[in-house]
Ligand binder design. Structure first.
Ligand SMILES: [Zn+2]
Length: 159
């Protein structure tokens, strides 16, 4: 088993505390088999709530994959701590989440889906930040400032 940590980085204009909007947020990851190093042809979707039974009946996991090439079953389970809101204070990559992997490794992250964030000065809550296009722009009426999120990057490291 290996614990992987997903780090994200983004440019935030007048907003902070960027984090997936709900517990059932679908994370889209690129996944690679540890046995034969095959990369799944598509990004896979998983969330923190849904669990599936392992075929070995040794418990459950949030994600189970049988590799199309070597046929080995691998799985992944989110760490119990909730995702960490991202703020740009340190200007670099910051940890979003940790996931325990057995037999696979995640190698990519597509941030599509609904996130939320807050106005830095105003505290205005933006509950529907759609990052499907990789960029989001709104207007904060309370602070009378434009708000924007862009240049999202991510990387996986060993936790
Ligand atoms: Zn394989």
């Amino acid at each position: 088993m290996v614990k992987l940590q997903l780090l994200i980085k983004a440019e935030l204009e007048n907003v902070t505390e960027l984090v997936p909007a709900s517990d059932d947020f679908e994370y889209f990851f690129q996944v690679q088999c540890n046995s034969c190093h095959e990369i799944h042809p598509k990004v896979v979707a998983l969330n923190r709530i849904e669990e599936r039974e392992l075929s070995s009946s040794r418990g459950a996991a949030n994600f189970i994959w049988r590799c199309g090439v070597c046929k080995r079953e691998s799985s992944a389970t989110f760490d119990s701590s909730p995702p960490k809101p991202y703020s740009e204070e340190n200007g670099g990559f910051a940890p979003l989440l940790i996931i325990e992997c057995r037999g696979l490794e995640f190698i990519g992250f597509d941030p599509r889906g609904i996130w939320k964030c807050k106005g830095t000065e105003s505290g205005t809550l933006f509950p529907e930040v759609d990052l499907s296009e990789g960029e989001w722009t709104e207007y904060d009426e309370k602070s009378t400032l434009p708000v924007n999120i862009s240049n999202i990057e991510s990387k996986w490291v060993r936790a």
